[in-house]
Design a protein around this ligand. Structure first.
Ligand code: MN3
Length: 212
């Protein structure tokens, strides 16, 4: 049974003008699809891995046979990170709910969070991702990962992510990564991010009203 490329819940042009339709089409139907295909080749016939979701495998990457671990981290990570990235995109939503309160508590204000997240994204060298996660201390943290490393492998819970591979923005923005990062803030699905935060709290056994 092969793992299938998840369908997008929106059209390729849904994020225009901030992320253009052509970029979305190539990103999903070519790049994401390629990671899925290569991941399937890797796990085919592997009794330990076949049947598990890429998310389960990446979360427990240390259990994967060393011979294929790096390849699984790259291609499985590519699947997992894109699954998450495409899922948290939606145009013109507002930061809401518990996640907004927690951002204000952790970073001082939403603007300060945006500044720190953007700086982190700008500082990433080469290809990778900038995340907002719930860390092992159950607190919000901004982290960068290189290539297709996933926070799941570090026991962090992803809440939000920006793809900083050039394939995510080059057609429209070329070398203007700062402009892409600025515009990314127009396509974050804050309701989804809030859902991830609430689910993360539940998983960690934290009640929001117990947060200090
Ligand atoms: Mn990508």
């Amino acid at each position: 049974m092969k793992y299938k490329l998840p369908k997008l819940e929106y059209q390729y042009d849904a994020l225009e003008p901030f992320i253009d339709a052509k970029t979305m089409e190539i990103h999903h139907s070519k790049h994401h699809q390629t990671y899925v295909d290569k991941f399937n080749v890797l796990i085919e016939g592997n009794k330990e891995l076949e049947g598990k979701t890429p998310e389960e495998i990446i979360t427990n990457i240390e259990n994967v046979d060393e011979k294929i671990r790096i390849a699984v981290r790259n291609y499985g990570g590519g699947v997992v990170n894109h699954n998450f990235f495409f899922d948290i995109l939606k145009k013109d939503t507002k930061s809401v709910g518990d996640i907004l309160k927690e951002i204000e508590k952790e970073f001082g204000s939403f603007e300060e969070f945006k500044k720190k997240f953007s700086e982190s994204a700008l500082s990433l060298f080469g290809s990778g991702w900038t995340w907002l996660v719930l860390n092992k201390d159950k607190r919000l943290e901004i982290v960068n990962t290189a290539n297709h490393d996933s926070p799941l492998s570090y026991k962090q819970i992803p809440l939000l992510v920006i793809d900083l591979w050039e394939h995510a923005y080059y057609l429209k923005y070329q070398n203007r990564r700062a402009e892409y990062i600025e515009n990314f803030f127009n396509v974050i699905n804050w309701e989804k991010v809030n859902e991830c935060f609430i689910a993360g709290n539940k998983y960690l056994g934290v009640k929001q009203n117990e947060r200090k």
